[in-house]
Design a protein around this ligand. Sequence first.
Ligand code: SAM
Length: 222
Amino acid sequence: QPNPQWSEVDTYVTDLLAPADEALTAALADSTAAGLPEIAVAPNQGKFLHLLALVHGARKILEIGTLGGYSTIWLARALPADGTLTTLEYDPKHADVARANIARAGLDKQVEVRTGAALDTLPLLEQEGAGPFDLVFIDADKVNNPHYVSWALKLSRPGSLIVVDNVVRDGRVATPHPDDPAITGTREMFELVAREPRLDATALQTVGTKGYDGLLIARVTG
Ligand code: SAM
């Protein structure tokens, strides 16, 4: 359980700066009703992704890990009218719930939900010439984070942003945990980013309703 004060502050910030509207509220409610795990980004984090996409002027966004489309809605709402977002989801049930949530938010013309393991659908995107994406948000199975960053790099351009969620994991990331594939994958991802000359990156720790975690942001330099 998160520290009550962290949740209190998240609620304070969210109520003032990232209040839910009907589409966001319904997206979360229908995801829960359909039995999806409650692991979407927090509202203030969704707003942060939205602002990041706006500041960056992103016209083409790739998301890996859709769940019920909650973060998808925040990101897609930052797109210009002719912008597009492709989101990759392994679980067909999650993808169906997301499609309905995205349609209710009026974003179905701009957003495509692709079902399948991302390591299968990413090569298809490459074959189709779908990139380059201006912003890639990685939030799926953490063990594959190094592969997802490599794919994000392949599908981006100089200046693209890559954001990876859940990279702190209660602080456990700082020490090797060979028995925990999510930590191992995240640490391998950090090492890959660190030695990749085409990426300039940092990571921030966060606390809130989702506990103690953090995100990594990388800019593609070349
Ligand atoms: N980004 C979502 C949000 O904030 O609203 C939350 C995504 S949730 C943390 C992770 C999602 O990744 C789950 O829906 C899970 O089914 C999906 N996932 C897991 N393994 C995957 C894979 N190999 N390829 C694509 N998606 C995968």
